[in-house]
Design a protein around this ligand. Structure first.
Ligand code: F6R
Length: 599
């Protein structure tokens, strides 16, 4: 949540600050601002709404050799200009941007500033006021910054500007993502590499607890004890062109369309000839575990539910799927030899990081694998093992290609572990994933007809997806996608559960879409569809060609276990067309953010 940027150098940083914030807008987009030193004074420009509003407010001739910027997803205080970042100390000497949540901000206010009025309602303002307080006591800026940080509890990524020292940016992080980008005659700060990739492909990681002194020609990282740390830069696997919308109107439709490409990429990365190519230690850890704990949030959690099937059916290992936000604080009794599989597109999700901390407190030997789309993301660095999704950068807030890629990679992993355990599976996963890829392509080719169906179906305030078995999990994901981008209240239901309560909500024209990709459950789900149809529902069945009846939407036949990767694509298109048909900003739905870095 929230994105921050910083620039220091011999050029003009304004263009970078605005570009960087545009790239980070997916992290939060209710207000934004920049600040920098111009003519020896600090200039702050802030606004509610999108970065384009900030661009309009920024004079064309503005020059910052040093500057910071922020795009906000409000946590403390309403959405208004005063609460938006950057925040300043009382004398305006210090200016700060912050991503994260300071848990003890009220305590710090009461302790250090009793009786003082703060300008904003944010937790951030207390940090910048503390820095000024300590500087007034005679500390250098670095000492004051360190002392202020030592008082903070919670998460933060910080970038500080000092009016009296235009040659330095002070940077620190704890549990919130932050990177340094290395330029020529300049350096950059950003919440992620995407924010800086147009300007540099060389980055330095920062670890929790370190502080970084950034100047135009140097970057000094210091550990908690004040020792200088030497660290090699890395180059992530992304290119500037990848973050362009290209010929598409929105990122969401671009990313839906990239799913066949993502499948091919996964096949090429994870198969070496006919053999699966994956880190042996990952396979061995799963083989040796007595239970798997798959943990994720939102769409990633839904992918985990589909993945559970592969591990239970093919590997015959008990597998539990949990929501990270629940697991961290309501942990089940763990088995004797658990193995944890985290699913996280962004690799930054705070709820998952909380699980990692809590489980490691119980036993620091437990092993964690993360499936993520972002190389060198926080979770990738913190977990023992990483499997990359290779889906290409996902920018739309609603996750699409990462979801199908998560399921595909889980299927390959489970397949390989089953092989190693000597279970003879009756499928050639590489071949079946190629069939899946072709099936996705043929659905994408039929987008026009899918739009017509969406226009007919989603005319009401609410909607339902139903399914049984693994189709129930797809129904949950289809419902999440539709509700988050179109704001139609949608529920995903186990078909058989409707009659135990929810059927009371069915009225004339209520849309109910059934997913049927399992031959054994075909008749059961059709029974549920006819129950709602006889109560006036506007129904549609999405099913495999071989099971299709008149009026159904038929998807190409694929292996039934892998069919969730295909059927979901129709529902992603439904969500896209329902949202765009309502004139909504499908890439940036209200109240959401792409990387959820607060618990
Ligand atoms: C929905 C969506 C979210 C994310 C969730 C977890 O379309 O994208 O539900 O799946 O916030 O995010 P990651 O996968 O980055 O951990």
């Amino acid at each position: 949540m929230c994105g921050i940027v910083g620039y220091i150098g011999n050029g003009n940083g304004v263009e970078f600050l605005i570009d960087g914030l545009n790239s980070l807008e997916y992290r939060g987009y209710d207000s934004c601002g920049i600040a920098g030193i111009s003519d020896e004074d600090v200039r702050v420009i802030k606004t509610v709404g999108r970065i384009k509003n900030l661009e309009e407010l920024t004079p064309e001739d503005l020059v910052f050799n040093v500057g910071i910027g922020h795009t906000r997803w409000a946590t403390h205080g309403g959405v208004n200009v005063v609460n938006s970042h950057p925040h300043q100390s009382a004398s305006s000497r210090f200016t700060l941007v912050h991503n994260g949540v300071i848990e003890n901000f009220q305590e710090l206010k009461d302790r250090f500033f009793k009786g003082h009025n703060f300008v904003s309602e944010t937790d951030t303002e207390v940090i910048v006021q503390l820095i000024e307080l300590f500087a007034q006591d005679g500390l250098t800026t670095k000492e004051a910054f360190l002392k202020a940080i030592s008082k903070l509890q919670g998460s933060y990524a910080l970038c500080l500007l000092d009016k009296e020292d235009a040659d330095t940016l002070y940077v620190a992080k704890n549990k919130s993502p932050l990177l340094i980008g290395l330029g020529s005659e300049c350096n950059y700060v950003g919440s992620d590499a995407l924010a800086m990739i147009k300007y540099t492909n060389k980055f330095l990681e920062i670890n929790d607890g370190e502080i970084v002194i950034v100047k135009a020609n140097s970057v000094d990282i210091e550990d908690k004890e004040g020792n200088l740390v030497s660290r090699n830069p890395f180059t992530p696997n992304i290119k500037y062109g990848e973050i362009d919308k290209g010929v598409y109107d929105h990122y969401m439709i671009k990313e839906i369309n990239e799913q066949a490409f993502a499948m091919r990429n996964i096949i090429s990365k994870y198969f070496d000839g006919k053999n699966v190519s994956m880190d042996e230690e990952i396979i061995n850890n799963i083989k040796d575990a007595d239970r798997l704990y798959i943990i994720g949030c939102g769409t990633s959690y839904n992918a985990g539910l589909v993945g559970k099937n592969y591990f239970e059916k093919w590997v015959r290992i008990p597998t539990e799927v949990h929501l990270a936000s629940e697991f961290a604080y309501n942990m089940p009794i763990l088995s004797k030899k658990p193995m944890f599989i985290f699913l996280s597109q962004s690799g930054e999700t705070a709820d998952l990081r909380a699980v990692l901390t809590k489980v490691r407190e119980i036993n620091s030997d437990y092993k964690f694998l993360v499936l993520t789309n972002v190389d060198a993301s926080t979770l990738s660095r913190e977990c023992d093992y990483t499997l990359l999704l290779h889906a290409g950068v996902e920018i739309a807030v609603a996750s699409t290609k990462a979801y199908t890629s998560q399921i595909a990679v889980l299927s390959i992993l489970a397949y390989e572990v089953a092989n190693r355990l000597g279970y003879k599976l009756k499928l050639d996963i590489e071949k079946e994933l190629s069939v899946v890829t072709n099936a996705i392509e043929s659905i994408l080719d039929d987008a026009k007809n899918i739009k017509v169906l969406a226009d007919k179906l989603f005319t009401e305030r609410n909607a339902f997806y139903i399914g049984r078995g693994v189709d129930y999990y797809s129904a949950c994901e289809a419902a999440l996608k539709l509700k988050e981008v179109s704001y139609i209240q949608t529920e995903g239901f186990a078909g058989g559960e409707l009659k135990h309560g929810t059927i009371a909500l069915i009225e004339e024209d209520t849309p109910v879409v059934a997913l049927i990709t399992n031959t054994k459950l075909d008749l059961n789900t059709r029974g549920n569809i006819s129950e709602v149809a006889s109560r006036g529902a506007n129904t549609l069945v999405i099913t495999l060609e071989k099971l299709a009846r008149e009026g159904d939407y038929a998807i190409p036949n694929v292996n039934e276990e892998l069919a969730p990767i295909v059927s979901i694509v129709v529902t992603q298109l439904f969500a896209y067309y329902a949202a765009t048909g309502r004139g909504l900003d499908v890439d940036k739905p209200r109240n959401l953010a792409k990387a959820v870095t607060v618990e």
